[in-house]
Design a protein around this ligand. Structure first.
Ligand code: XMP
Length: 513
């Protein structure tokens, strides 16, 4: 697929995905690539502009990531942001110095030469700084275009060559006119057409899938989560019944999950769906296992085995579709390594073995989570599915501390159901990243009526987060916490105590196991 785009070179800044978001909000497609990507991979006919991201390194540090200096001679406009500006300065013969005082946070920034980058922006405004180094001497042919509180060269430009650098971060919301700066660069300086939209994405992807798949068959492991659901409906729109979705009920799912998946995908979308009830196999394999990593491994392996068995039954399959998203790709090849991806051995359908000899199709691999939700909306997937909280592959097994039995799964399903029902009723569900209950391996004494009880304790957990990497415990109002506790204890047999988890990540994790 050939289309105009902006390339973002990833020097490891935490804000990189935000840059990409800002560019796509302008209706322009963009890709994030590592600095090690060969310059030949930049297609000059498609690439309208290049943005060098910020990053945590110092340009003089040993092994600091740099880019090919040829990048500045391609005749393509370049905008360097923070570390990206310093990389540009150094590559073109300027000088960067280490400052003793880091400039961090809001800073007043004063434009000294508006030019096309600062068009429509007042002379003085607030910008967001986060740097220790700064450009001391500009390369030849460059002029200063802004200064800030303690940086005399807060932005520079070589107007003729269309090379720009800003020391601050225009992509973050704290930079007052940041969106305008990015628009000025992308639309005016690069002249990129605004022709990327969710609608055009759906149209082009459907036509690409048709071409690639031809008359062959595709299988997809549908989990009922947002990504695999959107991938399923999108591929189904392209090839109809030649897509077979496999949904494995491992007995560790939420209440009524199989019913919901059948209703939405089989009844409503008329997708060719195979539901495999493998709960006995999973619970049998988990009997007596208490170690969380062992639980994950057992569940992961068994999933693959069952998936392969089912795929063999379908027969003659050539393609395997997956709902991989862009952040998964970027993180796995990031210059500084993916953040916490390896801390837990996450079980995802991505673990399906190469020996299946299937060709991968990943139609969402250039999308961010919110793009995927918008694609889902365009495809009319109901909000019940699109607005769902993430749910771990190993399901309730990592939310039942200790031994996982059918009876304990049933208790936890009921507790979780009451908790989520109340959050939805109170209008809180959509404001929370993830909410769930955990069944603890201890019992507590209680009193019900005149009788003493000795029953289970459950913990309820709700967190707010942007991406699941860090999280804060949700400040659910006390009266709502009270309602949750009352309903659970009154309605779920076997539970007589509810506690609320008030830990943030880090140092805790979102899940308990
Ligand atoms: P933690 O507990 O590591 O969770 O803070 C971060 C996010 O990842 C989800 N999670 C998993 N997802 N398989 C998955 O597919 C797993 O084994 C797994 N463990 C945690 C978790 O629910 C949260 O959204």
């Amino acid at each position: 697929m050939s289309r105009e785009k902006i390339i973002i070179i990833d020097f490891g800044s935490q804000y990189n995905q935000l840059i990409a978001r800002r560019v796509r909000e302008l209706g322009v497609f963009c890709e994030i690539v590592p600095p090690t990507a060969p310059i030949e991979s930049i297609n000059p006919f498609e690439t309208r502009g290049i943005i060098l991201s910020g990053g945590p390194a110092s340009v003089y540090q040993k092994g600091a990531p740099i880019c090919d200096p040829m990048l500045f001679s391609l005749g393509i406009p370049v905008l360097g942001i923070c570390y990206g500006m310093q990389v540009m300065a150094k590559a073109l013969g300027g000088n960067v110095e280490h400052t003793r005082w880091r400039e961090y946070g809001r800073a007043t920034f004063t434009i000294t030469n508006h030019g096309p980058l600062f068009k429509d922006i007042p002379k003085n405004s607030i910008s967001w700084m986060s740097h220790g180094d700064k450009v001391k001497r500009m390369p030849k042919g460059f002029a200063r275009i802004a200064l800030s509180g303690n940086t005399s060269i807060a932005a520079f430009a070589n107007f003729e060559k269309r090379l720009y650098g800003v020391q601050f971060h225009p992509e973050v919301a704290h930079t007052e006119y940041g969106k305008i700066i990015i628009r000025n660069f992308v639309r005016n300086i690069c002249g990129a057409r605004a022709d990327w939209s969710i609608r055009s994405f759906v149209k082009e992807t459907v036509s690409d899938i048709r071409k690639i798949v031809g008359n062959n068959k595709v299988i997809l492991g549908l989990s009922g989560g947002v990504d695999s659901s959107v991938a399923a409906v999108l591929i189904h729109k392209a090839i109809g019944r030649r897509l077979a979705c496999i949904f494995v009920d491992n007995g560790l799912l939420r209440k009524n999950e199989t019913r919901l998946v059948r209703e939405v995908f089989q009844k409503h979308f008329k997708i060719n769906l195979r539901v495999v009830d493998a709960s006995k196999e999973f619970l049998g394999a988990l009997r007596g296992v208490v170690d969380p990593e062992k639980k994950r491994k057992i569940i992961g392996r068994l999933f693959i085995k069952i998936f392969e068995r089912e795929a063999a039954r379908i027969g003659n399959v050539k393609f395997l579709a997956q709902g991989t998203l862009y952040p998964d790709l970027i993180e796995s090849r990031s210059v500084f390594g993916g953040p916490s991806a390896t801390i837990k051995t996450h079980h995802n359908v991505g673990g399906l073995p190469k020996k299946m000899h299937l060709v991968l199709i990943e139609p969402l691999k250039y999308l961010f989570k919110d793009d995927v939700r918008r694609v889902g909306k365009e495809l009319r997937i109901p909000p019940e599915i699109l607005g769902r909280h993430p749910f771990p592959g190993p399901g309730l097994a990592v939310r039942i501390i200790g031994d996982v039995t059918e009876e304990r799964c049933d208790i936890l399903r009921e507790v979780d159901d009451r908790f989520i029902q109340i959050l939805k009723k109170e209008g809180l569900y959509g404001k929370i990243w993830q909410a769930f209950a955990v069944l603890l391996p201890i019992k507590s004494v209680g009193i019900m009526g005149d009788k003493r009880t000795y029953e289970n304790v459950v913990a309820i957990r709700a967190v707010t987060s942007i991406d699941g990497m860090t999280a804060d415990w949700a400040k659910i109002p006390y009266n709502v916490v009270g309602k949750i506790s009352n309903r659970i204890i009154n309605e779920v047999t076997g539970v007589n105590r509810v506690v609320y988890d008030i830990s943030s990540k880090p140092p805790s994790t979102i899940e308990w196991e």
